[in-house]
Ligand binder design. Sequence first.
Ligand code: WT7
Length: 649
Amino acid sequence: MTQDQTIQALSEETRTFAPPAEFTANANVTAEAYDRAAADRLGFWDDAAQRITWAEPYTEVLDWSDAPHSKWFVGGKLNAAYNCVDRHVENGLGDRVAYYFEGEGGDTRTITYKDLQDEVSRAANALLELGVKTGDRVAIYMPMIPETVFAMLACARIGAPHTVIFGGFSARAIADRVQDCGVEVVITADGGYRRGKPSPLKAVVDEAMESCPDVRTVLVVKRTGQDVDWTEGRDVWWSDVVDRQSEQHTPEAFDAEHPLYVMYSSGTTGKPKGILHTTGGYLVGTSYTHWAVFDIKPESDVYWTAADIGWVTGHSYIVYGPLANATTSIMYEGTPDTPHQGRWWEIIEKYKATILYCAPTAIRTFMKWGRQIPAKYDLSSLRLLGSVGEPINPEAWIWYRAHIGGDTTPVVDTWWQTENGQILISPLPGVTATKPGAAMRALPGIVADVYNDQGEPVGNGEGGYLVIKEPWPGMLRTLWGDDERFQHTYWDKYPGVYFAGDGAKRDQDGDIWVIGRVDDVMNVSGHRLSTTEIESALVSHDAVAEAAVVGAANETTGQSIEAFVILRESAKGGGQDIVDELRKHVRTEIGAIASPRSIMLVDELPKTRSGKIMRRLLRDIAENREPGDSTTLADSSVVARIQQEVSGA
Ligand code: WT7
């Protein structure tokens, strides 16, 4: 579907689904929460902050005097790992399962909160022995295994902000992030299992380290047992240094605004943004929203966020939110079709999962595979379903509820971003009569709106730009090393108001439907990618003179990456070989997730008189549509020529 068709489909969607009466009767949150927060927003967050154990109390909920820089829970002190682990053990929950880990190959581990306390303490002691100090940044490049959580919490425990780099990124991407963040210690694994095979991680780190002379230690978890190169003096096995540590470690309390982590995310320029989250507000925001949106009952729920810890969804809803709430979670290492297409449903049946949270891309893939696959498993334990990462089309929403949710479970479509840290717009499962495809309204304590170009709220039935009008606890504090970009990207368009970069619509009832990015950021399978970043990768290849990248609508992945490339004279005539070569080049520059679906070799690109590439027209071509208005082009016949070239190819 094109974006226009998406908007059309969303506009025609009129079904609503009220929560089941029994769900409402037992729900954690009632409609009263909206009133409470509307009457006293900061008082509401003050209440929510009581979910956290503070080593020293805060004196003020919010300091916004240096806007857009916020300070939440001013003067408070806490330790994030203590809040996620130790306090639960102290409260007698040491035997509760924190994670059911399911390896791709079928190996399993059950990790209780007591196990987690021991492992995190050992890892923290090891980091201290390796000379990591409070404030030092540690990079983590890992598969989806329990040690990834141990490593993150060990960092949090000693106040060393982590920066987790998704395991699908390339050596170049690692090096960029490590350099930008000033990292000296990297934690990785030999490899992880992906589609039934061990896939290397350490080797990728080794390559990245060639341009990272400041990294003095690479700590390596043994996961697959595959061969690895070893740099004496730099590389250390996790099992050599962590296993022999004491499981006693006293967590130190840090300021509420102490940096917890940096997560890199693509923006509209070639350089990823280092989004900084701090400790107190982030934990309050993730813990409250996890409890409210997923109606978490920690003593009985088995919760599963089927995402990678390398993205913010994993940080907030596999690690910090669920652990702060003493939840039992499932962690799965591999892909949904290994070794068979029923793998997720087998896992849900096995652990009697009660809540599933995943991306629309996954749901659309399951639709394609057919409903007969989930139908073979007992999914009756599920009581709530969530969606995140991209707009969910009504058809996928309905399918999800019907074939996974047994036609009874509420479905919550949750809108948020890496920058937000926590869910901001979502139904409340015991309160909201949901509409398929709508994130509905801002959560209690969040003030969202849809603005027109002039910065005025649009009326019902109208579209515009999604904004957040008041600060929230889990919000980013700045961009690492680039505060100017922070202010410019989010706060300049509408002064004092957070500009999300998404288009949205208010329907006749005033409910919010998020439509998608309005900038040069693509969303492919729920992953954020920058057109400019991929263009830079392409033009860094000798054969390329110019490149333009657009996201075209795609039935399964939401968007797909379509590249238009002008080759240098000397490289012309290379045919398919050069296309393969360029695809490989993007893989080494950024990672496999950024590899274009198609690379179209063209002789020119549509440009305005001022030389700006008109991506809109390229999108029309990629989506096989009659190109729109091209009168502002310097040469209006260029589009027809490109169409000819593309269809001839
Ligand atoms: C962008 C943020 C935060 C989780 C993972 C993505 C899109 C996210 C929804 C939704 C429509 C959504 C937006 C947003 N998005 N959730 N429920 N409905 N669009 O994080 O990589 O920071 O991407 O994802 O376009 O701006 P991210």
